[in-house]
Design a protein around this ligand. Sequence first.
Ligand SMILES: [Zn+2]
Length: 110
Amino acid sequence: MAEKKIKTEVKIESKKVCSDPKCPTHGSLRTRGRIFRGAVVRKFPKRIAIEFERTLYIKKYERYAKTKTRLHARLPDCMADSINVGDYIEIMECRPLSKIIKFVVTKKIR
Ligand SMILES: [Zn+2]
């Protein structure tokens, strides 16, 4: 019985904490388009930068080169504490929120 009570309390708290209108699960921000996964390289207030590797074909040499892509994504209030530098996360495209932010954090993978 005691355990159940604690769980419900936590749920109510998390709902209260997230009053972020630009949150894909609690706010009104809609996500659509591309999904990327990568490691968090920098953390800012309400924003994170993720980085992931991709291969790029170079025609002149008929070979592939590794390149890194860095993307900035909005970090909703409800995930601000759980996501830190080094985490592997998933981001999804949304409407442009600023000049560099066109993605929002959807979940933490590990
Ligand atoms: Zn939220």
